[in-house]
Design a protein around this ligand. Structure first.
Ligand code: PRP
Length: 211
């Protein structure tokens, strides 16, 4: 039996996913060692391999088959646009992708003005403004602390994740439009789904049962 490889996004989501997997009887003791510098972990009995990667790289590993399965947020799946099969919504990390800004920007959105939109998610922002709203905007890619952009005058609005809304509130910003809800999903490589369907679906089904 060949190994099935599972890619997890480094951080809180990986920890939550591992605890879900543990409830299904899939454990990986090696991964619990906090001081380890190892990147890949093996459960020899179940013939499973796990690795942790940067969140945005999870869909890439899965598209190319370097991982058979992956667990990552739907924001990353949308932004990366990789060819993968989305098979299960784990419901973890629920939040929303939103257009946010100062209340004064509402009018600019309403009038379809050419505005600047800052985001860590340029593809999602582009799809929303160009394909859904048919509004011409200039998209500026940032790498974090996106809420700064409208405050310092880099952009009129931002496209970003809103979970509790406290970051927006603390910076005098608000949700202006909701783009879509987000949560963690299980993704599968297309060829693996054909060749290892039974084993993959067994994992997916047991994860589903724990939800
Ligand atoms: C995310 C997101 C918002 C914040 C939303 O940022 O980009 O800034 O969390 O959470 P809230 O609605 O509960 O305040 P993250 O902490 O990932 O850091 P970043 O700004 O560097 O991307």
């Amino acid at each position: 039996m060949r190994y099935l490889t599972i890619a997890l996004a480094k951080g809180r989501l990986a920890k939550q996913t591992l605890s879900l997997l543990e409830q299904t009887g899939i454990t990986c003791e090696e991964m619990k060692d906090k001081d380890t510098r190892k990147l890949i972990f093996i459960n020899e009995d179940l013939k499973l391999k796990f690795f942790l990667s940067k969140t945005s790289d999870v869909p890439t590993y899965v598209e190319y088959g370097a991982a058979d399965l992956g667990v990552v947020g739907s924001d990353t799946i949308m932004e990366e646009g990789r060819k993968v099969l989305e098979v299960l919504d784990l419901g973890l990390g629920r939040c929303d992708m939103c257009v946010a800004g100062p209340a004064s920007a509402k009018e600019l959105l309403r009038k379809n003005e050419v505005i600047r939109v800052a985001s860590k998610y340029p593809m999602i922002a582009k799809d929303y403004f160009y394909n859904k709203k048919h509004q011409t905007v200039e998209i500026i890619k940032l790498n974090g602390s996106v809420e700064l952009a409208p405050i310092v005058g880099l952009s009129e609005v931002i496209v970003d994740i809103v979970e509790t809304g406290s970051t927006l509130k603390a910076n005098g910003l608000e949700v202006l439009e909701k783009i879509c809800p987000l949560s963690a999903r299980v993704i599968v490589n297309e060829a693996s789904m054909k060749l290892q369907r039974e084993r993959i679906m067994e994992i997916v089904k047991s994860l589903k049962n724990t939800l």
